[in-house]
Every structure is written in structure tokens, then in C-alpha cells.
Design a protein around this ligand. Structure first.
Ligand code: GYE
Length: 321
């Protein structure tokens, strides 16, 4: 019956649509760009009232924010979840209040998927697979026989961490790579640096660092240089990253980051499109992934293939930036 479906009762009488957005935090350049995109899309000039809540990377703050949105009777709840689990109760409360829920960026893991209306974000497992297939092809092209990988993970339990980690672990298993160290850098530059420092102290054979976002890579590069080692195609350590934020793509042009897999943060217009569909009484696609590229320093690898599908690899030049 109707009760089993997520509610679709958004909208309001005065024409202004109120959106409560529960944001993860401000941990990275990616996140800053994402917040900007949401704020500029859901502006007063565009006919919205945005209630923006920064959870400072704490799920409990997000639970509070969502309950506040419900009390304020917002028209839509938009949630960028810190981690995947732990949302069932609060999303049930939103559903009971008849407020539609859009999940953005990272995914939720709920027992009943009618607890949210739709999701838009990155395909993180695919991102990890793209990065690893690039690494395999690059190592082959360069005759690098042994890969000793330092793995700096994102926030544990976040979709972006889970997918990128799965991609690496499966490739390591398949290709016989060594993951010599694995620890979370919390998606921040400071933690990325700290973790890399300690990994370098404990392992003298690291020749690749797989950072799960650009800010961790910035920190890792500082730590590598401070330890008297070099990065880049002819250096001691190849730095891999995700996001392609501005500074990240610039470092990919110099080779400090050898390969950078895109994750697009500009979700504001995508969420707006979903809201417009729902306002028009349509049911949006349940899960929508954004198309994302692979950016590299050199031209050794032109494309990678995953599950029979080819993905182009782009060499970063001034025009790309
Ligand atoms: O990669 C990282 C951010 O969830 C895709 O979160 C997002 C990730 C992004 O902190 O930089």
C-alpha cells in the first residue's frame, strides 16, 4: 500500500521550497566544493530556503540535525551520510513525518530502501577499480615488478572509503601486490601526513601510496619529502589519489600525484533536478551514479577496461586545468 513507499509530499504553499541539508563536515577541499555547490544552488534567489548543518564528521550530529529538520517541517531532507550504517531509526522518523529524503554523495546501508527516495553520488568501487587497473597497466609499461603499497584510507565506514578500499584489496589479491601498511587518514591533510610519517618509519620498501582522497595525498607528499624521499615518475614513491580538486589536479600535472581518479563534488544541480522531478509528481531514478574520469601525469596508459567496459585515461595538461 501507499504506506510502504517513501513519501513524496514535498513542496509548499508560498512557492519557497525548504531544504534541510545535513552535511558531513569540512574535512577536505572536495567537501568545501560540495558545500559551495549546494549553497549556490539552493539560494533564496532560486526560490529555496536552505537549512545547512555541518556535522563535523560526527554521525550523532547528523541524527540531531535530521530531527531538527523534521521538527521544522522542511519540504525535503538531503543527507550526505558520514558512514553507511545507523540510519534506520531516524529515516523512519522522516518517513513517518511524510518528508522525502534524498541521499547525496555517500550511500546509506538501510534494511528497507523505501526509507529514502533516491541517491545521487559517486560509484566508489568503480573509482577504486579504475585507479588499480591504471596502476597495473602503468607498472607493466614501466617494468615495475614489485608493488609495496602504503594504503591511507578515508573515514572508516564511509562509502567512499569502503568502495576505494575494496577496489584496492581485490586488485592486490588478483595481481599479487603487497599492501605493507593500511590505516585511516580520515580524509584530512593533517592525518594523511601523520599516518604517512609513521608508515615510512616502519617500512623502507614502500614504492606506492594509495591515498583515498587528495587532501591525504597532500599530507603524504609532505611526509615523504620530509623523510628525504622523492615522489613522481622517477622518484622513490608513486602517489595515487582520488577527487581531482584544483590543487590535486595541479599536482597531477607535475607528477607529484601520478594518477588521480575523479570524484565530482558539484551535486547541487543534481539534487535540484531530483527535487524538481518530485515537485512534478514524478519518481526519480532510485540510484544515479555520476560519470567520472581518470587523470594522470604521463601517457603510458590510454584507457583501462573494467567488466568489459573501457574508460579513457586523460593526461593532465594546462587545458585540462
Ligand atoms: O573523496 C573526500 C571527502 O564522500 C566522496 O569525502 C566524498 C569524500 C571525498 O572528504 O575528499
Amino acid at each position: 500500500g501507499a504506506d510502504a513507499e517513501a513519501s513524496n509530499e514535498g513542496g509548499s504553499s508560498d512557492g519557497v521550497i525548504t531544504v534541510g541539508f545535513s552535511q558531513v563536515g569540512a574535512e577536505s577541499d572536495w567537501r568545501t566544493a560540495n558545500s559551495e555547490s549546494m549553497k549556490s544552488t539552493f539560494s533564496e534567489a532560486n526560490g529555496y530556503k536552505l537549512i545547512f548543518d555541518d556535522a563535523q564528521q560526527k554521525q550523532e550530529n547528523q541524527l540531531t540535525a535530521i530531527r531538527n529538520f523534521i521538527n521544522q517541517e522542511v519540504d525535503y531532507i538531503v543527507l550526505a551520510p558520514t558512514t553507511e550504517t545507523g540510519w534506520d531509526t531516524v529515516l523512519q522518523e522522516a518517513k513517518d513525518a511524510g518528508i522525502p529524503v534524498i541521499i547525496v554523495d555517500r550511500m546509506v546501508d538501510v534494511s528497507d530502501d523505501s526509507l529514502y527516495n533516491c541517491y545521487v553520488g559517486g560509484n566508489f568501487k568503480l573509482e577504486g577499480q579504475k585507479a588499480c587497473e591504471w596502476l597495473k597497466a602503468y607498472a607493466d609499461a614501466k617494468g615495475i615488478n614489485e608493488l609495496n603499497i602504503a594504503h591511507i584510507q578515508g573515514t572508516i565506514g564511509a562509502s567512499a572509503q569502503i568502495g576505494r578500499t575494496e577496489g584496492l584489496e581485490e586488485a592486490a589479491e588478483k595481481y599479487g601486490w603487497n599492501i605493507v601498511a593500511q590505516q585511516s587518514g580520515e580524509f584530512t591533510q593533517a592525518k594523511g601526513q601523520e599516518v604517512m610519517e609513521s608508515m615510512l618509519k616502519q617500512n623502507d620498501n614502500i614504492n606506492v601510496v594509495y591515498c583515498e582522497n587528495d587532501n591525504e595525498a597532500f599530507g603524504a607528499i609532505d611526509a615523504i619529502k620530509a623523510a628525504g624521499k622523492t615522489v613522481g615518475p622517477d622518484g622513490d614513491i608513486l602517489v595515487m589519489s582520488f577527487d581531482t580538486v584544483k590543487a590535486g589536479i595541479e599536482m597531477t600535472m607535475t607528477g607529484d600525484i601520478i594518477c588521480n581518479t575523479e570524484c565530482n563534488p558539484l551535486h547541487g544541480p543534481r539534487v535540484e533536478e531530483l527535487i524538481k522531478k518530485m515537485e512534478a509528481g514524478e519518481e526519480p531514478e532510485k540510484i544515479a551514479y555520476v560519470d567520472e574520469g581518470i587523470f594522470t601525469f604521463g601517457d603510458e596508459v590510454a584507457s583501462v577496461s573494467i567488466d568489459g567496459q573501457d574508460y579513457e585515461v586523460t593526461k593532465v595538461t594546462q587545458e585540462v586545468i
